[in-house]
Design a protein around this ligand. Structure first.
Ligand SMILES: [Fe+2]
Length: 165
């Protein structure tokens, strides 16, 4: 029985983009964990805790993305090697200063946001409302996370504002 009412083969492009997002999310998750461990100085209490909140959200999203791929009849990638090959996000260095960490995570989030918007467009073309709903929910959350980081760094890095415009 096809419980979705859409053939799995019709959703090849959606599954491929979801697997790419899954790969990027895994690298983003590890970047956050690394920064959680390596943050030091005046921002320690703010950012140590914030990075933990963000990687916990990322962990939940990773599971939801993988299970959505299964739900639409495809196979989620599961190896770190594949994640590193497919990710649009690079592994971060662990010896960054607080403002550099925030900038890195914001850049990572910008990439995830862009990938999510692409997935929503592809899923829309296939009338895959379940994926649109799932990724749309993640999108608004990560946009808010990015806004919080942006607000934190606004005074120390005014150049990023210009990049957004
Ligand atoms: Fe911890």
């Amino acid at each position: 029985m096809n419980y979705l009412g859409i053939k799995a083969s019709e959703l090849n492009s959606v599954a491929k983009e979801l697997n790419k997002l899954l790969a990027s999310y895994n690298i983003y998750y590890q970047n956050l964990r690394s920064f959680h461990w390596h943050i030091h100085g005046n921002s320690f209490f703010d950012l140590h805790h914030l990075f933990e909140q963000y990687y916990n959200q990322a962990k939940s999203n990773i599971d939801e993305i993988a299970e959505r791929i299964l739900t639409i009849g495809h196979k989620p990638d599961g190896s770190l090697k594949t994640y590193l090959q497919n990710s649009s996000i690079d592994e971060a260095e662990d010896l960054l200063q607080d403002a550099e960490m925030v900038n890195c995570i914001l850049q990572n989030q910008t990439i995830l946001i862009s990938s999510m918007r692409d997935i929503i467009k592809t899923a829309s073309s296939k009338e895959d409302e379940g994926t649109i709903d799932l990724i749309g929910g993640m999108l608004s959350k990560i946009e808010k996370e990015a806004w919080l980081l942006f607000s934190w760094q606004k005074k120390v890095q005014s150049g990023f504002l210009q990049n957004l415009n």
